[in-house]
Design a protein around this ligand. Structure first.
Ligand code: MN
Length: 431
């Protein structure tokens, strides 16, 4: 068997809803809404251009049940283009598009050999592609929460062929991910396959044990929000006559998300922030090529500009937005500004100074410590603060995500911010 080429993609989340982006000012809503379709189109174009033999989609092709039939129809069109070019397609369902979650479906085109594109959710589906010397092992999710050991069901490899495993999994213990189909890289290595095409984790990465078959998350093909930043795309896998692989990443995204995470400690004028943002934006534009660039600015560190920025928050955001327009060649949209700076206030001095003293500042610090160490009793805080939050004028919360009092980390951030502000005001003259 000579050279073969496989395209590995996952987590397309076709037509996934905008994550409240339309609530922001001047958001390029249409471009972002269309992005998952354009990226999938790019994937099809790439597969045809690169004359791949097989396209693999490792779960979460859909974000959930379709808003209408057009979502399904869009994939039917792309799949048809592929099979018409004699490209084999293998798709598994993930937690988002598990068999029991999808009430609608449309007839899909058949593969060049007459087989179904979609792999079974009842058992591990094995597809032998005789012409290519490839055997596919893969199973769709029957239900959303497949928490059992799915990998254990995968059969032994077939000798003399390129054995490809497709699995939608969070592996074991990857932070912040639902523990679906948990398994370890060792367990996958022990199967003796030649390549594991994984889906579910949107961050691209390889997790194999040295000297064993590649275990690869291709990541999603298009970032969906600011936390899914950087280039997104697929992996092209070249398989040689000895079933060894060469892998390369190819970007497919049409909208790029990037965060400007700046320590404001050194700056004494807002102009310095503007200059730094502009420089950063120019670098990002080069990397993004002709894509739309969505940016978020996060300012942190102790800054002498803290109070000024807190007072003029919306004005500062508008200035950054203006810079994005004037220097962004019509390609940059600032999603939001987050100010996480603290005042240059002598909080630490206060603590040292008053460590063994009685006094109003010490009392405040004790209350703060108590609030934080009691795990910031969320029920108590919710009861105290909810009536106040309701009274806030809408322009305050207009473009902000709602304050989530049930989130410990967020609660601590609010307590910290309030403490800094309060101490600075009480100490006076620190502005
Ligand atoms: Mn998933």
């Amino acid at each position: 068997m000579s050279h073969r080429r496989i395209l590995h993609a996952a987590d397309i989340h076709l037509d996934s809803p905008l994550q409240k982006l339309d609530a922001y000012e001047d958001a390029p809503v249409d471009e972002i809404r269309e992005a998952s379709r354009r990226a999938l189109e790019n994937m099809t174009d790439l597969a045809i251009e690169e004359q791949v033999d097989l396209v693999v989609i490792a779960g979460d092709l859909y974000d959930g049940d379709w808003p209408d039939q057009n979502t399904g129809l869009f994939f039917v069109k792309q799949a048809t283009r592929l099979v018409n070019e004699k490209i084999h397609v293998a798709v598994i369902r993930g937690n988002h598009d598990a068999a029991n979650k999808m009430t609608s479906n449309l007839p899909l085109p058949k593969n060049p050999d007459g087989s179904d594109i979609l792999l079974s959710e009842k058992k591990v589906d094995q597809r032998v592609l005789e012409d290519l010397g490839i055997v596919i092992h893969g199973r769709s999710y029957a239900k959303r929460a497949e928490t059992g050991d799915m990998a254990a069901e995968y059969p032994s490899p077939i000798g003399g062929m390129f054995n490809l495993g497709i699995l939608h999994t969070g592996l074991s213990g990857l932070d912040g991910h639902d523990p679906y189909a948990p398994c370890s890289p060792q367990q996958l290595a022990d199967k003796g396959y030649d390549y594991w095409a994984l889906g579910h984790i949107h961050l691209r990465g390889e997790h194999q044990i040295k000297g064993t078959a590649p275990v690869v998350f291709s990541g999603n093909i298009q970032g969906r929000h600011i936390r899914e930043s950087g280039p997104k795309g697929c992996i092209l896998v070249d398989v040689d006559a000895r079933n060894q692989t060469q892998r390369r990443f190819v970007p497919l995204d049409v909208v790029r998300f990037e965060t400007f995470d700046a320590n404001a400690g050194e700056w004494s004028h807002t102009d310095e922030l503007m200059d730094a943002y502009e420089d950063w934006m120019n670098d990002q534009l080069q990397l993004a090529e002709d894509r739309l660039l969505v940016t978020r600015v996060i300012l942190s560190g102790e800054s002498r500009l803290h109070h000024q920025w807190m007072r003029e928050q919306s004005n500062l955001e508008a200035s950054l937005r203006a810079t994005s327009v004037t220097h962004g060649h019509g390609q940059v949209w600032l999603e939001r500004l987050k100010i996480k700076t603290s005042a240059e206030a002598d909080r630490s001095n206060t603590e040292q100074h008053d460590a063994n003293q009685e006094g109003p500042l010490q009392s405040i610090l004790s209350v703060v410590e108590e609030l934080k160490s009691s795990g910031g009793d969320s029920e108590w805080m919710a009861n105290e603060l909810s009536p106040l939050l309701k009274k806030l004028p809408t322009e305050f919360s207009g473009d902000q995500a709602p304050i989530r009092l049930d989130n410990t980390e967020e609660r601590h951030e609010w307590i910290e911010a309030a403490t800094t502000e309060l101490l600075a005001r009480l100490q006076g003259g620190k502005r």
